[in-house]
Ligand binder design. Structure first.
Ligand code: HH2
Length: 259
């Protein structure tokens, strides 16, 4: 999954693809590099970020969803939003997947996803982006994240979402210290054993910088290491800025696993 942030303030690519034309060109590049899905987001959720209005979010993402599909009608697009109204408009414009960092926090999201019969990514977040990195605490981070995601998957299915349309994500960097992130990645088996596909969004995130001292653009090697180990532990979807390098590493890892 290639990341396309149509925002002025995302932590890594903020402002780069704010112009719809540039965003569509970027999506083309991500697909050409081997992305199966492009994840379009109109609001940064980096630590400390402020929400944007739903009108502004729509104004950012809709022309991009339409533009990508005009250039490539078979493109698989996920819409990175926690608002059911934005998801509905994006699905109406041809997006295929909902990526919800609040795991159906909007009371109308579960029904929408059920009615559309589309896949949904349920992500764990502690708190909200503005304050989530202020001293996050867990008694047992692995158990708490797994139990939360299991409950949200149940909630989705009770609303009529098909089991095969549920994807889980531990939410790397969302209300978690370095140690929480590393523990979740190390113990990913406890999430994959729930039986749903698991997505990892570690690309260029600050926990990598805490280990390597690199700025976001220099965190590719750490991202690749994270994704290969997550793949080995059962993750099957990887949300990344740098598709070519991650894809190549994962194809090689899969070949070794497959012998
Ligand atoms: N991370 C970000 C945004 N959306 N969605 C899922 N499912 N998993 C993630 O880990 C995830 C996500 C944050 O990263 P990014 O989009 O690169 O930056 P920003 O929030 O600053 O736009």
């Amino acid at each position: 999954m290639g990341i396309l942030n149509v925002t002025p303030d995302s932590f890594s690519d903020g402002g780069e693809f704010f112009d719809p034309g540039r965003a569509v060109t970027r999506a083309e590049t991500l697909f050409d590099e081997g992305a199966h899905v492009v994840d379009v987001g109109g609001e940064s959720t980096r630590p400390g970020s402020d929400p944007v209005s739903k009108e502004e979010e729509l104004r950012r993402v809709l022309p991009v969803v339409r533009g990508i599909l005009a250039a490539r009608s078979e493109a698989l697009i996920s819409i990175d939003t926690y608002r059911a109204s934005t998801a509905e408009a994006a699905l109406g414009a041809g997006a295929s997947i909902v990526n919800d960092v609040t795991a159906l926090g909007d009371p109308e999201m579960a029904d929408l996803v059920a009615e559309r019969g589309c896949p949904v990514i349920l992500m764990h977040m502690r708190g909200e982006p503005k304050s989530m990195q202020q001293d996050p605490r867990y008694a047992d981070v692995v158990r708490e994240v797994r139990d939360f995601l299991a409950r949200r998957a149940e909630h989705a299915m009770r609303a009529g979402v098909e089991e095969e349309n549920v994807i889980l994500d531990p939410g790397i960097g969302f209300g978690k210290t370095l140690e929480h992130n590393l523990t979740l990645l190390n113990r990913l088996d406890s999430l994959t054993e729930l039986g749903f596909p698991v997505l990892i969004g570690a690309s260029r995130k600050s926990f990598l910088g805490k280990i390597s001292n690199e700025e976001p653009e220099g965190r590719l090697f750490g991202t690749v290491a994270t994704n290969v180990l997550a793949y080995e532990r059962g993750a099957t979807l990887f949300r990344v800025h740098d598709v070519r390098a991650n894809r190549e590493a994962l194809v090689v890892a899969a070949a070794i696993q497959g012998v």
